[in-house]
Design a protein around this ligand. Sequence first.
Ligand code: PLP
Length: 255
Amino acid sequence: MLLPSVLCLSGFDPSGGAGMQADIEACAANGAHTLGVVTALTAQNTRNVFAIEPVGVEFMRRQLDALLEDCRPAAVKIGLIGSAAQLPVILDVISELGVPVVCDPVLRASGGATLLTPDIAVQLVADLFPHASLVTPNAAEARQLAPGSPTLRAAAQALCNHGCAAALVTGGDEQGGEAEDILYTRQGNYRTWRSTRIAGGFHGAGCTLSSAIAARLAQGDALEVAIEHARKYVHTALATAFSVGRGRAIPRRRA
Ligand code: PLP
C-alpha cells in the first residue's frame, strides 16, 4: 500500500511544538507520510528561539537527491528556510516535482525572535512564491511581505500578485473574539473563514495548519476543501493543546 507523502522542508524545534515535528504529526493525523528534510537546527523552547544553525546546502541537496531518486512525494511543504543558498536547491526540487507546494513564510517566532532576515524574505517571495500553490502567512507576516497594503484582504491579493496560485492570511494571532482567515486566489476570488478565537498562546499553530493542508492536497483534495479540513483539524488541536514548559501551549496534533 502506497501512502501519499509530503516532502517537508522545515527547521527542527527541539521543544517539539513547531517545525519538522509539527509537520510529521500534522501530516500523519491527516493521512500522509512525511519525507522530512531539515533546513536548520534551532535552539529554542516554548517561549522563544535563541539560535539557528542552517544545514549546509550541499548536504541538503544530497538528502533530497537520495530521497527523490526513490520516493515520489505528492505535495511539498516549505517552512523555515535556513539560508539564501538553500533557495535555488528548493526551487530545483519543486520545479522538477510539479506537485502542489504549500509555502509557509516563517519570518518571526511568536516569542519575538527573527527567523528569516528581511533580505532572504524578499528573495523567498521573488523566487519561491511564483511556484507555490498556496502561501500561508499569518497577519504579521502578510503585513511585512506586502508593505503598504491597507487591509489584510489587500495584503493577500498583493502576495498573490507575486505569482502564487493562492494566499491564505491567517488571523489567529490577531486580537478580537473571532479569528478570521482570508483566502485570495489568482482567479480574483476572496473567501473568508471565521471561528471563535481560542484563548491562550500557541507554539507551532502555523506549521500545523500548513502541513495539514499539504497532507490533504497530497491526497487530491481541492484547495478550498483542503483548507476547510485543515482549519477544523487545527481548531480541535488548539482547543485541546497541552503544555510541556512555561511558554506557549503545543497543539494536540495526535489523538
Ligand atoms: N521554529 C521553527 C523551526 C519554525 O518553523 C517556527 C514557525 O514556523 C517557529 C520556530 C516559531 O513557531 P511559533 O511562532 O508558532 O512559536
